[in-house]
Design a protein around this ligand. Structure first.
Ligand SMILES: [Zn+2]
Length: 535
């Protein structure tokens, strides 16, 4: 059996690494060449006049050096799971930056944990568009519309799978829009790429990386030397368990299904290896190849997908492409917990976005998701939502006061952009945003107000906030407080203020007190909590 070694068999000294570290790509060579010519011209001119103007020459060289350092500082650094370090991001082609995110399996409503990667990588999409130009970023977020859970839902409801998938794909898009998630450049579907998947499986069978057994086609992981490099798992450690399924048709426990036979009433597609359907991992490898090419710049997803999903995507794609890497950067977001507990059906703490949107504006959910760094776990609590809502209400208050001021065309503040460039450090960016609003509140002249408003809107566009009219915010906000959830909302504000006092975060406690005053709520502090009544 052939062994596909892969260019990145060793993560530390791979050819792909070397390309990123030394930035050897046609576009980068061209840019570096231009810098080189720039420096040579300055030195040449300086030498020409050197004996008359030596000080001037030195100054020119200094300015040139500073320019180069500044350009370096402006680059985006991203943490790459595969090489386990933060690296400067440089796309292979600045005119076509490619990014892929494993999208939803559309069999039911999506929960808030499903939307963490969607919001995080939408923010990265916005940042890349600002950096390279809107037309230069190609972002694919797939829709998995072939899956056993879809088959089950269709069988239970006695409908075709397309009835289930179209319904929940539409709901997913509605929820996404409510969270200010931009539509991706493309949304490839598994059913739309059946020929490409069959072709991929056939090529891997022909090359001896896959084998047929009991109606299945399986990928042989021992045929790929680089297997386990992304997740840092050794093949011998991949014993049968939760993520390594045991089956009679496997030669080795870690081998995974690329094609499986369908039962009598299950959806089925004809193929050279018998009627059936593709495995999930095969869907992503085939869609990436069809839509974005052999090697993409960024492959993103939740941390839970590193093993086995992304490991298997890498094995299939690299072995189908003579060992060429699938992605130059692998980005993964951390888990989302519910009140410090894992979200699970058995604990009954699964929060659907569809339901959350009945009580909270989508922008509040987005803000709350971005308060933590995307790689860290995020604790989803009622207090986090209440705090996010209060903060956004304060910010929209500023924007309402600046309503008559025409914003000037400004870039977002440098510190805010630098935070996002540093591996999408949204908590730091939020801190910069707070400083910016303080400056806007203190602005005295119309020119300053116009400038700060311009900066706020530019910063908001980068992270998907402040895209609605302030009046629309307050209208929706007041409707919420007028309904039956009113008391629950006040409870959350009071609890958040009590927590802020315990944490000695007096500024936050004062701000919450102000918010409660506006609602005419009188708060009494007791040793073990605060009680409230309407004034
Ligand atoms: Zn995937």
């Amino acid at each position: 059996m052939p062994v596909c070694t892969g260019l990145n068999a060793s993560p530390d000294i791979s050819a792909e690494d070397q390309r990123s570290v030394f930035k050897i790509g046609p576009d980068v060579i061209r840019r570096n060449h231009l810098y080189f010519v720039e420096i040579l011209s300055i030195i040449g001119v300086s030498v020409w006049f050197g004996r008359y103007l030596p000080l001037h020459a030195g100054r020119e060289a200094l300015v040139c050096g500073q320019t180069l350092i500044k350009r370096k500082q402006m680059s985006i650094a991203l943490y790459d799971t595969r090489t386990r370090r933060k690296r400067d991001f440089e796309p292979a082609n600045r005119e076509e930056v490619t990014m892929y995110l494993c999208g939803p399996t559309v069999y039911s409503y999506a929960h808030i944990g499903n939307f963490r990667p969607a919001v995080v990588f939408d923010t990265l999409f916005r940042l890349l568009r600002a950096e390279y130009g809107e037309q230069s970023v190609v972002y694919a977020r797939n829709i998995t519309d072939v899956d056993d859970r879809i088959n089950q839902a269709a069988a239970e409801q006695k409908v075709e799978i397309s009835v289930i998938t179209e319904k929940y794909a539409a709901i997913y898009r509605e929820d996404s829009a409510a969270l200010n998630i931009l539509p991706p450049s493309m949304e490839p579907t598994a059913t739309g790429h059946m020929d490409e998947m069959i072709d991929l499986v056939s090529r891997l069978l022909d090359a001896g990386h896959a084998y047929q057994s009991e109606g299945h086609v399986l990928f042989s992981v021992s045929s790929f030397e680089g297997y386990g490099k992304l997740s840092g798992r050794a093949l011998e450690d991949m014993r049968p368990g939760a993520r390594v399924e045991v089956a009679s048709y496997k030669r080795a426990p870690a081998d995974f299904v690329m094609w499986k036979p369908s039962g009598k009433d299950e959806p089925s597609w004809d193929s050279p290896f018998g009627p059936g359907r593709p495995g999930w991992h095969t869907e992503c490898s085939a869609m990436i190849e069809a839509k974005l090419g052999t090697t993409i710049d960024i492959h993103a997803g939740g941390q839970d997908l590193i093993f086995p999903h992304h490991e298997n995507e890498i094995a299939q794609s690299m072995c189908a492409h003579d060992g060429v890497p699938l992605a130059r950067f692998w980005l993964h977001n951390g888990f989302l917990d519910m009140d410090s507990e894992k979200m699970s059906k058995s604990l009954g703490n699964v929060k659907l976005v569809h339901d959350l949107l009945k009580d909270w504006q989508g922008e509040v959910l987005r803000y709350a998701l971005l308060t933590g760094h995307y790689r860290a776990p995020l604790d989803w609590t009622g207090e986090l939502l209440a705090r996010s809502r209060v903060t956004l209400g304060r910010y929209y208050g500023t924007l309402r006061r600046l309503g008559d001021v025409a914003a000037t065309d400004e870039p977002a503040p440098a510190g805010f952009i630098a935070a996002l460039h540093d591996d999408l450090n949204t908590p730091q960016a939020m801190a910069k945003l707070s400083t910016l609003f303080k400056a806007a509140n203190g602005a005295k002249t119309d020119a300053d107000k116009a400038k700060f408003k311009g900066q706020i809107l530019a910063a908001g566009a980068l992270i998907g906030l402040f895209e609605q009219d302030p009046e629309s915010w307050f209208k929706q906000d007041n409707n919420e407080t007028a309904d039956a959830s009113d008391n629950a909302h006040i409870d959350q504000l009071v609890a958040a203020r009590f927590k802020a006092r315990q944490d000695k975060n007096w500024a936050e406690a004062d701000r919450l007190r102000e918010q409660l005053n506006e609602l005419k709520i009188i708060v009494e502090d007791k040793p073990d909590g605060s009680i409230w009544r309407r004034g």
